[in-house]
Design a protein around this ligand. Structure first.
Ligand code: AHM
Ligand code: MG
Length: 334
């Protein structure tokens, strides 16, 4: 059982045996994410001090301008996992295609693939607002000893073996699950160590916060419009409070602690919403369910959606169970 003040390193070792595949490979992988997180954290915290913010000039596969820190975080996470030779493949929001990893002596012996959004919400960096890293981990489905294929990445969310996020906020935290609850670790920047600060995190069953970009209201489906009106209605414990940071990790993190719902629905402008199924929605959905919350596209469980492409988008409704179920009710009625 988890103990407060335990370091993340100790926690990983202590909990390794409770994981059904006990080779230690997953532990080493989470350790490498921890290391890259510290390096990226250091750089994110310098963003206001050095000339690192601003578009790097590249455009990513979604046609968005890349900020320099997106590129930096992408490189660091990929480098760390590649150099330590612990994964057989990586897919990233910042890379058009997946990367197959093989060191000559290992001959594709690694079993895990990672999907990552290295710096989510990066439009918030130059205004000093929290951003995050999101990661999702699967066991490969193709045979060990062969190069990974797209099939290793296009797995349903319900096949994830671990998922988590790093939040670069007022404190830096790693929050992750290996399918046995959700635990949060806070970085002590003075000594560079993550400590277990939030054991066994749980979404309150109900909440009073709704998080959605209401600027898109007129483009939303009728069910979402009706649910937003319901949130604003003076009745019982309503109206709810509206809180939207525009940084998924931060909005999710706050809602998990306080109780709330996050929505990025489809709209008449954007038929599948904005968020990416494989490295944004699925990992958050896994965390939500492990913390007694819920994640849906309005009708179906996010983690049951069959992926068809790496950068697929999907409408996303996630948070306190009763709130998500209420939003689904409005979607079905409309
Ligand atoms: P990004 O991956 O380009 O940073 O986009 C994802 C982010 C989420 O973190 C956030 O919740 C959402 O986009 C905000 O979008 P919008 O500005 O349209 O509300
Ligand atoms: Mg993103």
């Amino acid at each position: 059982m988890s103990r407060k003040n335990q370091t993340l390193g100790e926690f990983i070792i202590e909990n390794q045996s409770s994981f059904k595949y006990t080779s230690g490979e997953l532990s080493r992988l989470i350790n490498s994410i921890r290391l890259a997180a510290k390096v990226v954290n250091h750089e994110v915290n310098k963003a206001g001090l050095v000339d690192i913010i601003g578009a790097a000039g590249d455009t990513n596969v979604q046609g968005e301008d890349q900020q320099k820190l997106d590129v930096y975080a992408n490189t660091k996470f990929i480098q760390t996992m590649t150099k330590r030779n612990i994964v057989c493949g990586i897919a990233s929001e910042e890379e058009d295609d997946f990367i197959s990893i093989n060191s000559q002596d290992e001959n594709h012996q690694n079993k895990y693939v990672v999907l990552i959004d290295p710096l989510d919400g990066s439009s918030n960096i130059d205004v000093n607002v929290s951003v995050g890293t999101i990661f999702s981990i699967y066991r490969r489905v193709t045979p060990v000893g062969t190069p990974v294929t797209i099939d290793d990445f296009l797995q349903k969310g319900n096949q994830q073996v671990a998922a988590g996020y790093i939040i670069y906020g007022t404190s830096t935290m790693i929050v992750y699950t290996t399918g046995d609850g959700v635990n949060g670790f806070t970085l002590n920047p003075a000594i560079g160590t993550f400590y277990l600060s939030h054991p066994d995190m749980q979404f309150p069953k109900d909440g009073k916060i709704y998080s959605v970009n209401e600027g898109n209201y007129i483009h939303f489906p009728q069910g979402i419009k009706n649910y937003i009106k319901y949130c604003q209605m003076e009745e019982g414990d309503r109206p709810y409070t509206s809180r939207y940071i525009g940084s998924l990790v931060s909005d999710f993190h706050r809602n998990m602690i306080k109780g709330g719902i996050y929505m990025y629905p489809k709209s008449s402008k954007n038929s599948n919403g904005k968020l990416r199924l494989l490295y944004e929605c699925n990992p958050m959905a896994f965390l939500a369910e492990q913390a007694n919350g819920k994640a849906s596209d309005g009708f179906n469980r996010i983690m049951d959606i069959e992926p068809t492409e790496l950068h697929q988008r999907v409408p996303f409704i996630c948070g306190s169970k009763n709130m998500v179920e209420k939003a689904e009710e409005f979607m079905k009625k409309a």
